[in-house]
Write a protein that binds this ligand. Structure first.
Ligand code: HEM
Ligand SMILES: [Cu+2]
Length: 549
């Protein structure tokens, strides 16, 4: 197809790399904070007096959960659109730069407030914990900047559609569009709580805040946030990994369908994070849990089509028997192996997610460190290893360099080190959580209580795992710097999968955004309107702000 560029235009490449520099600086800072947390929680290490556990934990959560992810994803999606729908126009690229700088200024503002110990409120910034107003303004700029980046993507999509009437957009552009639209609908919730509740309250314009309303608006955003992290990994799994192994995309329509289902079912489900919260009628919690479980459908569609791609490829290479195709996969290629480790991690991660979302089982794990174990498998392994796997070819592609054999080998080692470290850390977190160990807690023996003593061996195991993981971060940073500045000049492939010949033609209905956004909005109104009216009608007087730092 004519519209597929062989290489991403240098000017677009610079814009993408700007996003990646911020993301990888975030990885360095956040990784160090993570290491310190595990060391503190082992009970064998104390932080210096000028800092504290919650300040470090806020840095870790904000910098990795919010900054690394948003910058990497926006950069990656810009690269996908530039590659599959054609070089950005000057106006689109400029919009992207404005978005980048808005996000960066916001990040610096929030970071300075955290470093000055004016905002140790953790990355969820739940009321009634109250941060400095500049922290909330900084986060608002990050969100607004991401909308401006999103506008650049939407403009690029629109110009492709205009130039190619009646044709379905390139698959990776389509996927980036779905994720961008989901992000815009979702971030309205967090923007609302920050602008109308937290900011006026931290400025002293109002004295009290309605905690339940702010938490509800946060989780209206917080669940789709995790899908905003996950979908770019799915883009790579569906449409890039098949090309890397030399196979074909199983079905273009199935991939689009599953993305649309994520758009529909990711948002009206925030209550599954609020199952223990009073003030929400259990019937509405039940409804949102049912909607949550519908996400199982596109998840299993994804798993099915990935393994179908692998099997079809293996058999085309002459594999026989039930699992013979496994041997034919390119086990020496980091671009495949590292995301593949991420896919494997998603099996226990997804199972744990079903536990979290089930009301009764949630009572056992709620607010324990099990939850932290869960999202270090989903986000910090499945998603992050896929992002690393993408960086191994995308960074050299953009900088006009190549991934050498030596770096490829180091990259595989990096993935394996991560898998080992995470098995220890996340495994110990899951186990300690089942024994009741709380998340978001510094080291304590709780007055020498017997139950707290049971947790300590697991906390030591977490520190062992955390140290191995930190080694994984150092390896990743080393490889990134090599690929960005030092690797030999050359042309690294940007792999874009082709659809299997046997697949059905893609119907145009998937591009009917009015329809999909319409259904999304209806589902949101259905799931949230009545409980929200309840919350406001029965609102307590609200809470004053607390600063424990
Ligand atoms: C060296 C690697 C890492 C280590 C050792 C580590 C360790 C930890 C620990 C011990 C906690 C929980 C502490 C507590 O609840 O008291 C935590 C929380 C968290 N981690 Fe990591 N982590 C690592 C990498 C990552 C990565 C790559 C991400 C995301 C991309 C991530 C995201 C988070 C988030 C969002 C939290 C929640 C913070 C909160 O509850 O406020 N971590 N991490
Ligand atoms: Cu959720």
């Amino acid at each position: 197809m004519k519209s597929v560029n062989t290489i991403v235009d240098r000017r677009d490449g610079k814009l993408v790399m700007a996003h990646f520099y911020v993301a990888f600086i975030a990885l360095a800072i956040g990784g160090l904070a993570g290491l310190l947390q595990t060391l503190v929680r082992s009970g064998k290490f104390e932080l210096p007096s000028w800092t504290g556990y919650y300040q470090i934990l806020t840095i870790h959560g904000v910098v990795l959960g919010l900054v690394l992810t948003t910058f990497f994803i926006m950069g990656f999606q810009l690269a996908l659109v530039s590659k599959t729908s054609g070089t950005l126009t000057a106006k689109q690229r400029k919009t992207g730069w404005i978005g980048f700088w808005t996000m960066t200024v916001g990040t610096v503002m929030a970071a300075v407030m955290i470093l000055m110990n004016e905002a140790s409120v953790l990355y969820t910034f739940y009321a009634p914990l109250q941060a400095h107003a500049l922290f909330y303004i900084g986060l608002t700029l990050v969100v607004v900047g991401s909308w401006i980046d999103g506008a650049a993507l939407i403009m690029a999509y629109a110009s492709w559609r205009k130039a190619n009437p009646g044709k379905p957009s390139p698959l990776l552009t389509f996927m980036a569009m779905v994720n961008t639209l989901m992000w815009i609908v979702a971030t309205i919730g967090v923007a609302a709580t920050v602008l109308f509740q937290l900011l006026p309250w931290s400025l002293g314009l109002v004295e009290r805040v309605d905690v339940l309303v702010s938490r509800t608006l946060f989780w209206y955003f917080g669940h789709p946030l995790v899908y905003f992290w996950l979908l770019p990994a799915y883009m790579a799994w569906y449409a890039i990994v098949p090309k890397i192994i030399g196979g074909k995309i199983f079905s273009d329509s199935l991939a689009r369908m599953s993305f649309i289902l994520f758009l529909l079912f990711s948002i009206p489900v925030g209550f599954h994070h609020q199952l223990t919260e009073p003030g929400i009628d259990p019937a509405w919690k039940f409804l949102q849990v049912v909607l949550t479980f519908l996400v199982v459908i596109p998840s299993l569609m994804t798993a099915f089509s990935l393994f179908a791609t692998f099997e079809m490829y293996g058999r085309s290479k002459g594999a026989t028997g039930l699992f013979g195709w496994l041997k034919k996969l390119p086990w020496g290629d980091a671009r495949f192996v590292v995301p593949f480790i991420g896919m494997l991690a998603f099996i226990p991660a997804g199972a744990g997610g079903l536990v979290n979302a089930s009301h009764q089982l949630n009572q056992v794990v709620h607010n324990t460190i099990w939850v932290t174990g869960h999202f270090h498998l989903t986000l910090a392994t499945s998603v992050v290893l896929t992002f690393f796997g993408i960086s191994y070819w995308l960074v050299p592609h953009l900088t006009g360099r190549v991934l050498t054999k030596a770096m490829n080998k180091l990259a595989i080692i990096q993935g394996v080190v991560w898998a080992i470290g995470m098995t220890f850390m996340s495994g110990a977190m899951h186990a300690a959580g089942l024994l009741g160990a709380p998340r978001r807690s510094s080291f304590s023996t709780y007055g020498g209580s017997e139950q707290a003593m049971e947790w300590i061996p697991y906390q030591v195991a977490q520190a062992v795992g955390g140290s191995i993981l930190f080694l994984g971060i150092i390896l990743m940073l080393y490889i990134f710097i090599n690929l960005a500045f030092f690797a030999p000049k050359g042309e690294e492939e940007f792999p874009v999968g082709e659809v299997s010949d046997a697949a059905e033609k893609t119907p145009m209905v998937f591009e009917n955004w009015k329809l999909w956004i319409g259904i999304t909005v209806l589902l949101i109104l259905f799931a949230y309107t009545i409980p929200f009216i309840d919350m406001i009608e029965n609102a307590p007087i609200g809470s004053k702000g607390y600063k424990f730092f």
